[in-house]
Design a protein around this ligand. Sequence first.
Ligand SMILES: [Zn+2]
Length: 175
Amino acid sequence: MLPFAHIGIAIALFYIASLAFPKVRPHIDYRYVIVGSMLPDIIDKTVGMILFADTFANGRIFAHALLFVVVLGAAGYYFYTRKGDHRLLTLAAGSLIHQLLDSMWKTPVTFLWPLLGWEFKRLEEYGSFWQFLQGVYGHLGDIGNPQMLSLFMTELLGLAVIMVFGVGYLRKKIR
Ligand SMILES: [Zn+2]
């Protein structure tokens, strides 16, 4: 899934959770929701496609593994119980949503890393990160292709959520 979809759907899920659990509401900082929803890509695309592209040749590595969320969540739980600080826990939840939206269970070698071996899969074809972005966004209009159509629709949905939230946020600020 692409950035707007990740961010928008994570915001929507947190918002639904805040309606279902009103006690949680005051503790949700949406800036951390947004960063958390993109954190696995921020880390893995940087490490696996920019810094160490020759080694990994893959934009889904460590931070797309469940272990990443477990470690982040454990640290977050520690800070929450000791210091009442929710930020790391929010990042962990956002990252878990990211992994699920990426359907990471379909790539168990990565998702369950390192249970099934230490190596990550290398993508057969890869270029620079910018070529990757161009490849994805360049084909987004190719909506005859069902996979591209679903990417396109989820990006639109994410963008819509972000805009509705952005407007709501600005209105609150102005008042
Ligand atoms: Zn991802």
